[in-house]
Design a protein around this ligand. Structure first.
Ligand SMILES: NC(=O)c1ccc[n+]([C@@H]2O[C@H](COP(=O)([O-])OP(=O)(O)OC[C@H]3O[C@@H](n4cnc5c(N)ncnc54)[C@H](O)[C@@H]3O)[C@@H](O)[C@H]2O)c1
Length: 357
């Protein structure tokens, strides 16, 4: 198997600490499963921006695009850069310029104690959200007129293209087929956004016809928000637009343990894609060895899956489950370990998994 190249951007705040643990675990599992992974570290982030004025040079962008299989990002955000100029160039720049149209956010309960929902078990909470990642209200088209006056007007345009909607809806059905799941639910607000989300309705019906073995269901996004809390077991795959996906996937993350455990992928199937934990750079925790590295580690598992290493991904996830069971976790999850000690525990668990139940 040819070498698979991974660009590691640890970034700001707690990013470097959680990225160190993520790569430590990935290297352990790669050695064990004989995976040809090669990690190259890049120092793009606030420090470099403040010192050199550099965000993401064109040459680096082209290098990632042409020579790498995946990008593994810690977090970006630094109080010394209040307008997030560097993060916009690096994170949003990569998302848009690499056309990473699938934001894949799994919501899987890895330990029964982690959900705030009553009487729900890991069997009930196991779904993914595919959020459209390049269109909608996030295209930055709009403006403010007569700003600061009583007559002020503020407008943001929602842009949906048939191509953009079709490819994310298709990605959802394909994900269901590949992962042997039977239900795809599309959420929109077509009752209000009759045109932009009317297109979602049309396309969803058309694409669903190509997948007769998958149950296709539609819910308005507000109803879905209620249903996810009432009956999360009714969902396998959810596909939705950029803004609604942003909100629904944060709700879903809380149903399975919160920010410290939430991974995400920014994916263009078949092309270099970017994997990052959902949490930010948590500046107050930085440099104290207290950040929870599990979201970054689970993000690594998601990246392994994308790179075609499903078994290794499962081994990483099993190690996280064991850490949760044995309470080898950081303070935010009620444990006593530091970031690095969690990493060491995970590596031990990767080498010596518990016997299958
Ligand atoms: N994708 C990204 O890189 C990303 C995402 C969100 C926020 N940010 C940026 O991060 C900075 C901080 O933002 P914020 O405070 O709103 O969000 P945050 O996710 O950094 O923190 C929110 C809360 O969760 C806690 N937390 C987050 N990750 C944790 C972890 N791994 N272990 C333990 N606790 C954790 C923090 O201490 C804080 O209380 C800002 O500059 C923001 O713009 C970046």
């Amino acid at each position: 198997m040819s070498v698979q190249k991974i660009a590691v951007i640890p970034g700001d705040g707690i990013g470097p600490e959680v990225a160190a643990v993520g790569v430590q675990v990935l290297e352990a599992v790669a050695e064990l499963h004989d995976l040809p992974l090669e990690f190259t570290w890049f120092d793009f982030g606030a420090e470099k921006y403040l010192a050199e004025g550099v965000t993401l040079p064109q040459s680096a962008f082209e290098d990632f695009r042409d020579n790498y299989d995946a990008i593994y990002l810690g977090a970006l955000g630094d109080p010394r850069v209040p307008d997030m100029a560097h993060a916009k160039d690096i994170l949003l720049g990569l998302r848009f310029r690499l056309d990473l149209y699938v934001n894949l956010r799994p919501a899987r309960l890895l330990h029964p104690a982690l959900t705030p929902l009553k009487n729900k078990t890991p069997d009930d909470l196991d779904f993914v959200i595919l959020r459209e990642n390049t269109e909608g209200l996030y295209v930055g088209i709009g403006g403010r007129f007569k700003q600061g006056t009583p007559d002020e007007i503020a407008i943001n345009e929602m842009v949906q293209t048939r191509k953009g909607v079709e490819r994310i809806v298709r990605a959802a059905f394909e994900w269901a087929v590949e992962n042997e799941r039977k239900r795809v639910c599309m959420a929109d607000k077509a009752n209000v956004l009759r045109d932009a989300h009317g297109l979602w309705q049309d396309v969803f019906v058309e694409v669903a016809e190509e997948y007769p073995d998958i149950a296709a269901r539609h819910l308005y996004a507000d109803v879905l928000a209620m249903e996810l809390v009432r009956a999360p077991e009714d969902f396998d795959v959810i596909v939705t637009g950029n803004l609604l996906g942003d909100v629904l996937s944060d709700l879903s993350a809380q149903l399975v343990g919160g920010l410290g455990l939430a991974p995400s992928g920014n994916i263009h199937p078949g092309r270099v894609s970017l994997f990052e934990p959902v949490h930010g750079s948590a500046p107050p925790l930085a440099g104290k060895d207290i950040a929870n590295p599990l979201a970054m580690v689970l993000t690594g598992a998601q990246m392994l899956e994308f790179l075609g290493h499903g078994e290794a991904a499962m081994a990483v996830e099993a190690a996280v489950v064991q850490a949760l069971r044995e309470h080898r976790v950081t303070r935010d999850l009620g444990g006593e370990l530091g970031t690095r000690a969690v990493g060491d525990a995970l590596v031990r668990f990767v080498h010596a998994p518990p016997p299958a139940a």
